[in-house]
Design a binder for this molecule. Structure first.
Ligand code: SIN
Length: 569
């Protein structure tokens, strides 16, 4: 295994600067993040454990509440687990962990029935037996349950919020998780022992800092869509858990595989921040993509056409936009007018977003463009949440369990959050890791934070150079643009988030520059095909000086052999 190093004149801090701790708490299980995965973990652990959810905002500020499409799971007797496994592996483009995929798929129907028993109201089928099932890109059968038409995530969030609170899960909101507390266990290994936390006010200013010690720390902080200027993710999704794990020396994997949703509502060339999603379920109901010249985008591109896996559709749209048909190079159109007025009842949330932009999808084509949506990579973990650091667990989007490979199959993510979260919580209910005392970190690296004013330069560089189609020059330009100092002194939520965004952005660029092929949602214009030599994962860490180190790439000899034996075009 060889490593490449992103050596910079501006190393990343290994600890977030903050005022001294003035309070402490002790619980069995502390969960960082309050989406489907974190709530499921806390709920499952709670009957026999004290469980505290720490969230920097309010309970429902993360991605879960925004999910439209739904949750995938085999409930139809004419479908099969094997079909769901196959669709997931095909979408994952050779990098899935098949054993974990099989576990996820086998447990998905149980997870859906569990949610229904907890009170989740999924839309009923017309036949009246069980929930209605729809289809999204890459699925060979209808197997996605939804709620309120396109409000599926909000219903999952409501259900889990209510059950967790009723079960006695404690919530500490407006609390920013800064860094892990680490001790040494009986075997002489480093072990997570808790987390340092800043309580903040509504403006993100510190009101106090303290430590929460715990036998288990569960990372459930979601992804890092806000690393990009244009994303379907809400503002809170700034990669905090991934950056925290990297600072603790824990590896992240597959971070270059950022899934761009093919269709967010295009609201003009200057639109930035969270964009309204136009669910893939709209294409599941028969909508078709057209370019500005009125030509179909997906005809002849893939056998599943508009319902091809998401990476295929996003890349086809990006290539078409680059050709600027009818002079339009920044969006295409989604035509769902065949649904007529039924659009309004099937997709009430999308209807509202479109109306806000002066569009009626029952009669008008919807302008759409790809935007960062989901990250397939994250902290290396099993479906039982275990990471390489004893006492530290990772579940949901912050984790890389290998179930998504190089490209997640639509609507597998909420399902994974509930399955993995519940498995972790259940394991922790049965047995906790050993109790270790935390130790003060060695000498501080003496770095400050990233100035929040630099946040937009990070996000602009990432969207411009590390989007759907990546070039070597663009990746080099992004690496250059990310050489930003960590010298800001004010300790606020905005500065911690900017520091986390920079940490994650550097990791993504280093991995994307290393992977010289196109696979799943990582597309390089200089290497447009997948390469057999790259059927492998890249791991990313921060070294002791705060530089990003990438390992797992094939050595130069293997690359040279692959290049020499590659078929000529
Ligand atoms: C969508 O509704 O298109 C998003 C579903 C998902 O990301 O799984």
């Amino acid at each position: 295994m060889i490593g490449s190093r992103d050596v910079s004149g501006h190393p990343l801090p290994l600890r977030l600067a903050a005022p001294p701790a003035t309070w402490s708490r002790d619980v069995d299980v502390v969960v960082l993040g309050s989406g489907a995965a974190g709530l499921s973990a806390a709920l499952a652990a709670r009957p026999v454990r004290t469980a505290l959810i720490v969230t920097k905002d309010t309970l429902d500020a993360g991605s879960t509440a925004w999910a439209q499409g739904g949750l995938a799971g085999v409930l139809d007797p004419t479908d099969s687990l094997e079909n769901h496994v196959r669709d997931t592996l095909v979408a994952g483009a050779g990098l899935c962990d098949e054993a974990n995929v099989r576990t996820l798929v086998a447990e998905a129907p149980k997870a859906l029935r569990y949610l229904m028993r907890l009170g989740a109201a999924f839309d009923p089928s017309h036949e009246g037996s069980g929930p209605a099932l729809t289809r999204e890109g890459g699925h060979s059968h209808n197997r996605i349950v939804h709620s309120g038409g396109d409000q599926s995530g909000a219903e999952v969030q409501r259900t889990l919020d209510e059950n967790a609170i009723a079960a006695g899960v404690e919530v500490m909101d407006r609390a920013f998780a800064l860094d892990l507390l680490v001790g040494t266990n009986a075997a002489g290994r480093r072990q997570a022992a808790g987390v340092r936390i800043a309580r903040i006010d509504g403006e993100g200013r510190v009101t106090s800092v303290g430590v929460v010690t715990a036998r288990a720390v569960v990372l459930a902080t979601g992804g890092y869509g806000q690393v990009f200027a244009s994303t379907s993710n809400p503002p809170a999704v700034t990669g905090d858990g991934l950056a925290l794990a990297l600072r603790a020396g824990v590896a992240a994997r597959d971070v270059e595989f950022v899934q761009f949703h093919p269709t967010v509502l295009w609201r003009g060339p200057d639109a930035a921040g969270q964009q309204a999603l136009i669910s893939e379920a709209v294409r599941g109901e028969g909508a078709i993509l057209f370019d500005a010249a009125g030509e179909r985008v997906m005809a002849g591109v893939h056998p599943q056409e508009d319902l091809a896996p998401r990476d295929v559709v996003a890349s086809a749209i990006s290539r078409r936009m680059a050709l600027a048909p009818a002079g339009v190079d920044d969006h295409v159109y989604l035509d769902a007018t065949h649904l007529g007025e039924r659009f309004h009842t099937r997709f009430p949330g999308i209807t509202a977003a479109c109306r806000d932009a002066g569009i009626d999808p029952a009669h008008d084509r919807i302008p759409v463009a790809p935007a960062a949506h989901y990250v397939c990579g994250g902290v290396v973990a099993g479906l039982d949440g275990r990471t390489e650091l004893p006492g530290l667990y990772a579940v949901g989007e912050v984790a890389c369990t290998g179930v998504h490979g190089a490209n997640r199959l639509a609507s597998n993510s909420l399902t994974e959050g509930v399955v993995a979260g519940t498995r972790v919580g259940r394991d922790l209910a049965w047995e906790l890791p050993e109790d270790v005392a935390w130790e003060e970190a060695d000498a501080e690296p003496g770095l400050g934070l990233v100035d929040p004013a630099l946040r937009s330069s990070i996000r602009t560089a990432m969207s411009k150079h590390v989007g759907v189609l990546r070039t070597p020059d663009g990746l080099a330009a992004a690496a250059e643009a990310l050489q930003l100092p960590a010298a800001h002194e004010a300790t606020t939520r905005a500065a911690w988030e900017a520091t986390n965004l920079l940490t994650v952005a550097r990791a993504v660029v280093a991995a994307a520059a290393t992977r010289t092929e196109s696979r799943g949602c990582h597309r390089r214009t200089d290497h447009p095909e997948p390469r057999e030599v790259w059927v492998r994962h890249l791991d990313v860490r921060l070294d002791a000086t705060g530089d990003v180190v990438v390992t797992g790439a094939p050595d130069d000899h293997a690359l040279a052999v692959a290049a020499a034996t590659a078929p000529r075009p």
